[in-house]
Structures are given as C-alpha cells and as structure tokens.
Design a binder for this molecule. Sequence first.
Ligand code: PLP
Length: 381
Amino acid sequence: MKFNTKTIHGNQKHDPSTGAVMPPIYQTSTYAQKSPGDHKGFEYSRTGNPTRHTLENAFASIENGSYGLAFGSGLAAIDAVIKLLQPGDEVIATNDLYGGTYRLFTQIFEKYGIIFHFVGLDNTTVISEKINKNTKLIWVETPTNPMLNIVDITSVVAIAKQHSILVAVDNTFATPYLQQPLDLGADIVMHSATKYLGGHSDVVMGALVVKDKGLADKLYFIQNASGAVCGPMDSFLVLRGLKTLHVRMQRHCENGAEVAHFLASHPKVEKVFWPGFESHPNHHIAKKQMNDFGGMVSFSTKGNRKEDAIKVVENLKLFTLAESLGGVESLCGHPATMTHASIPKAAREKTGVTDSLIRLSTGIEAISDLIEDLNQALAKI
Ligand SMILES: *Cc1c(COP(=O)(O)O)cnc(C)c1O
C-alpha cells in the first residue's frame, strides 16, 4: 500500500460492532467484564482504549512500523523513551534540539543520573568520540528546530549499530510524508502529533512507532505504568487529521519553497535557512533521505537586530505570532524569546539561534497572500 493510501486506510477497520466508517469516540474509562479477567480486550482506558488503539495502529502504518503508541503530548512520548534507561546510562543528542526536549533532558532526567551529550550530529566523528560502554541511545532530530539542519540518519544508524545503541528520531518536522526513519534503520520514531500529524492546531499529542516487539512491550509497559496517555476525543481528532496528511504536506512543501525563495531575494533579509537550497550545508543529505523539503523556513534580518525581528512578527497578519507549527494556518515565531527561551543565550547562539531569527511554519493558504503578508511586514523595518 502506498503512503497516500495508508494515511486513509492503513491498519484501519470499520467499527466491528456497528460498521461505522469513522471510528467512534469511545468516551469511557472502563469496560464491563463477564467474570474477572473475561473481557473483550479492554479493561481500563489508561491501559487501552479502542479509539486510541485505532490511532496507534494508524501511526504504525504510516511510519512503516509494527507498533504505535499515543501519548498526551510529544514530550510525554520522549519521556517514555528516556524511561527505558537506567541511572548512569548516556545519551548522545543533536545540539540544536527542540527547546522542550533539551529542558526535559537537562532539568528532569539529569537529576536521575542520566547523562546527555549534545553534539552536532552532522559530524559523525564527533559521535564516535562520545560513545563509551554506557551509551545507550542516540537522539536525532532532523530537520532541526529552528535551524533546519539535516542529520544523515543512515550514517548515525551505521555507527550506533556497531555498538548496539538505540537510535530514536524525532520526525515531527519531516513527517513520514517526507522521511521514514524506521526504513533507514532507526529503532524508534517519535512525533509531536500536535504539529503536522494532527495538522489543525487543535490537539496536543505525542506518538512513538517501533518495529521490534521487545522494544514495543517495554514502551507499552512505560505508557501504562507512567500513564501519560491521550484521551479518546483527541485520538479521534488526530485520526481525522492523518487522513489529509499527504495533501496538506504537498501544499506545505510547495508554499515553503516559494516563501524561502522570496525571502532569499529580499534586501532586508540576511540569511534564509531551508534545506531545499543547494547552498544549504546538508542539502545533499536532505535530497537523499527526504522526498521534499517541508514547510518550515527560518530567516534572519539584515543587521541582526532583535527589534527588527520583533517588528516583523508583530506586523505579520496571516502568519499568526504563536508557539507551535504544522497546522493548516501559517504561524511565525521568534525562537530566541519563545520556543528556545529556556536554552541559555550562549548555547543558543552557538547553534545559530540569533536574536533576529524568525521561524515560519508556512500553512496551506494561497501563496500570493503569504508573500504579500511577508512583503508588507518586512517593509516596516
Ligand atoms: C513541539 C515539539 C515537541 C514537543 O511536543 P509537544 O506535543 O509540544 O509536547 C518535540 N519535538 C519537536 C520537534 C517539536 O516541534
């Protein structure tokens, strides 16, 4: 089955009890048992819920995995992965991580004795230098947020496999429309389903997909034991979102490309970060591992003044100034003061998140309207 069919039909059946084409929202916490332990596969909705179960199967299908798990947020999904580890275990992670992931690693899990190394994963020799007998996991984010650097998943997997280290890929920015990390050898794919998978900025949710049964069992145990699950209504909404993922992504990519080229030719723009440019340092890897370049575009203004960047985001009208990304509507953000404010300034600037950097999530509106909006906002500086 091709991807565009999987988003609609993958691992999905009509409701067995009524034939409902769309999965019912099983808004229930518990399930009747005939006799103790004699039930229809569901006991309690933290452990399993039919609407969530349908969604988890759909996640597995679109990521070419065998097992899917849905969580109450993207961070809850990451939290479950790190709970596979023991005190003393070490993790190597991308250095320009999503701010919330960095905060979870450094402010929660370091307290419990897990050690994190943040390195530029595009340089594979740096990875080898950090590996020792305690290294258990490599955490990859590609494209990265908000610099849109690209990590070569195949090369990371090749190094990790020599040392039996797990590889997890945060596939939030790319979505399986653009790249399938499990096919490239990764062990775990993670999503903030809040973003493109849900796609309508109306749900907060996380997802994990794996191929290996043993790994799936450990994660299901953590999902149930820690309990950060999502509700049936949210599961329904994300299932509905998934069905149009491929058509939405196609337009996000088209609009992203147009916006990137427009900005690159604008006199008030210093630099545009978008993996589709041949001048992008990892363009060749993006071309190899992705089907297109996505809808995320970051740029800095000439002179690198924070006031200018703030003026632009305040004046944009169609691009709403808001946290988050991946919805049908265009959004803009100022990472230094918003998504990445929890990263210390020195560490932030080292990865390129300067004071004038603006991140755009291009929506699926008419491209001429988006360009006009950017043009009038840039005219204000
Ligand atoms: C938003 C985001 C997360 C966190 O997901 P939540 O659903 O907000 O908890 C993790 N990684 C990336 C790349 C994100 O954009």
